[in-house]
Design a protein around this ligand. Structure first.
Ligand code: MN
Length: 230
């Protein structure tokens, strides 16, 4: 059989959508660093309103549909970071903050899983964060709730429970860069495309996971995330 490609192209990573049998095709994953003051402090930084900074994960790092996450190789210090995920539905560059929410399709709960030891080494050496942040299965993510159903959350609890015990807890109203400002700024650096996800930062309480841990991330008004580390 003839094909356009010399090798079979990979399947497009995707997430379930609440209230729809169709899925949200994931394009790129942008992550905001240090976007909650108490987390910036626990990482040894002074929170301020410097422009936000971004790093990326590959789309195929998504773990969806409640699947297990394999503990990654070459790390002994893998941390959880629960985050609100913004799903971009419409592309654009230089988006104005007061129009930014028009570009959002919906919201979800995600985990920016981090090889903290490799990230720490990279920071010390002035090297990129990719091995610490962008590894296989580093982005477990719950189903996307369309904004037509959940609105645009600006406050409410964001929480991570590990084996029934609360590890991270914060409120969306503690974001240093709120969602419109984040989208506006990110869109000056990259032309946003439909299918892009933005992991918007994590509250305090990050810490290590081990095999067998069951992680449950939740945000008021959104469908929660559950994954087991295997
Ligand atoms: Mn993060």
């Amino acid at each position: 059989m003839s094909s356009l490609y010399v090798i079979e192209p990979p399947l497009i990573p995707s997430l379930p959508v609440i209230g729809d049998s169709r899925r949200f095709a994931v394009n790129r994953i942008f992550c905001v660093g240090r976007n909650y003051a108490d987390h910036a402090r626990e990482m040894g930084h002074d929170p301020d309103r410097e422009p936000p900074f971004f790093f990326m994960k590959p789309a195929n790092s998504i773990v969806s549909d409640g699947r297990d996450m394999a503990y990654p190789s070459l790390s002994n210090d893998v941390h959880h970071e629960v985050e609100m995920v913004v799903a971009i539905g419409q592309g654009g560059a230089n988006i104005l903050a007061d129009k930014a929410l028009d570009y959002v399709y919906g919201y979800g709960v995600g985990l920016d899983m981090t090889r903290r030891d490799l990230q720490g080494e990279a920071k010390k050496m002035g090297r990129p964060w990719d091995t610490g942040k962008a590894f296989d299965q580093s982005a477990p993510c719950a189903a996307i709730t369309p904004a037509t159903q959940c609105g645009h959350p600006t406050q409410g609890s964001i929480k991570l429970v590990v084996n029934g015990e609360v590890r991270q807890e914060g409120n969306l109203n503690q974001l240093i860069w709120n969602i419109p400002d984040t989208i506006a700024y990110l869109s000056t650096l990259f032309t946003l495309e439909p299918g892009d996800l933005i992991f918007s930062g994590t509250p305090a309480g990050v810490g290590p996971v081990k095999k067998g841990d069951v992680l449950e991330g939740s945000i008021d008004g959104l469908v929660s995330l559950k994954t087991e580390i295997i």
